[in-house]
Design a protein around this ligand. Structure first.
Ligand code: ZN
Length: 375
């Protein structure tokens, strides 16, 4: 049992957060044998990255000038050549970089080689993960109850009916990339809250409305979409249709590994047209709305008694009045402000340093891999 003492708890004010057996057991005035001093820090729910290909962590920054067509034809086939050891090292690095940035939950597409390899790296990392695997492998990972659960990763929305049927028989979410116009309209009868779409830049307005009305999730990855030419991010259109967009990093070949920039870029792009959107709404996208989009709403994404204790302690915002903290974080926070991170009640980053992972060593372990893939 531990208590996070005296922080500015987002939405509450100055309070303690009691953590017992991995669960938020109390918010208010609490006591426990182990104390984490949060004075001067903001306590917020861990970030939920609802779309990432962690295996590309080793190739960070390599795709700064890679448009989407080149990515699909050149980068993805090279990634498929990674060995099991290389996949493990790269996924572990990606998960460690996520934790370092306060991302406590990630939906990872595990699509290189035997999915058991990426799954074991996720399990070893200490992050909460929804592991997206192709239909034929889904039954192997479906029953898991721990930190790493599963989703069906649908490769081709045009041929999604079988994937969705398998996912529904296993009680899993189906997650899929979608970008072309007409794809969602064709699967209108299949839509539901257990479907999670990614990108959607070129969906027709009617299709965006169908998704929102069905309660399906939509993840926008604004950095990658802007860098690679997917089209204008659908964040504002989905929100205007009554949807609650989620946010993802996608690939670090041309995106940062945190959700601060995706939050900020989604807001900036909206503000170009209109200053109406509150900055704080982006923080909801990066936390609770993300958790809901991938089926983890009851478990994480907010600071509520009974939820798993996925917490971030953030420096630099204690001077603000309570009603400006969330917006201030969206507008100006960065990874360097992430002091301490808990996943499932366990401290994974303490006072600015990862507890279980040595980032320089993890990066050194994949250095030759990046050169091989990029050669
Ligand atoms: Zn993707």
């Amino acid at each position: 049992m531990l208590v996070v003492r005296g922080g500015h708890v987002l939405g509450v004010g100055i309070a303690d957060v009691l953590v017992d057996d991995g669960v938020i057991a109390g918010i208010g005035s609490c006591d426990a044998p182990e104390v984490i001093d949060a004075a001067g820090l903001v306590v917020l729910p861990g970030f939920v990255d609802t779309h990432r290909h962690l295996v590309q962590a080793a190739m960070r920054g390599s795709g700064a000038d890679t448009p989407i067509d080149m990515y699909l034809s050149e980068v993805l086939p090279r990634v498929q050549t990674l060995s099991a050891d290389e996949v493990h090292a790269s996924v572990l690095l990606g998960a460690a970089e996520a934790l370092n940035a306060g991302v406590t939950t990630v939906l990872d597409w595990g699509h290189v080689g035997d999915p058991a390899v990426a799954h074991s790296a996720l399990t070893a990392s200490g992050i909460r993960a929804v592991f997206g695997v192709y239909r034929d492998h889904a039954h192997r990972f479906a029953g898991a109850q721990g930190l790493v659960t599963a989703a069906v990763a649908c490769l081709s929305p045009e041929d999604s009916a079988r994937d969705i049927a398998v996912a529904r028989s296993l009680g899993l979410v189906t997650t899929m990339h979608v970008n072309g116009t007409g794809v969602v309209a064709e699967m209108a009868e299949l839509l539901g809250p257990d479907l999670h779409f990614v990108h959607g830049n070129n969906l027709a307005d009617d299709e965006i409305k169908l998704l929102a009305a069905a309660g399906s999730g939509l993840t926008v990855t604004p950095v990658v979409e802007s860098m690679m030419g997917h089209g204008f991010p659908a964040y504002g259109r989905f929100a205007a249709a009554g949807g609650t967009p989620a946010l993802g990093v996608d690939v670090v070949i041309n995106s940062v590994a945190d959700l601060f920039e995706p939050m900020r870029l989604a807001l900036w792009l909206e503000r170009i047209h209109s200053v109406a959107r509150p900055a704080s709404s982006l923080l909801a996208s990066a936390t609770l709305d993300g958790a809901r989009a991938i089926g983890l709403g009851p478990r994480t994404g907010s600071l509520e008694v009974g939820k798993r204790a996925d917490l971030v302690l953030l420096d630099g915002f204690a001077h603000l009045p309570a009603d400006r903290v969330a917006g201030g974080i969206v507008a100006t926070a960065g990874v360097a402000d992430v002091r301490t991170v808990l996943v499932d009640g366990r401290v994974v980053k303490r006072d600015g340093v990862l507890v279980d992972h040595d980032l320089p060593a993890l990066r050194a372990s994949v250095r030759s891999l990046a050169r091989k893939v990029l050669a």
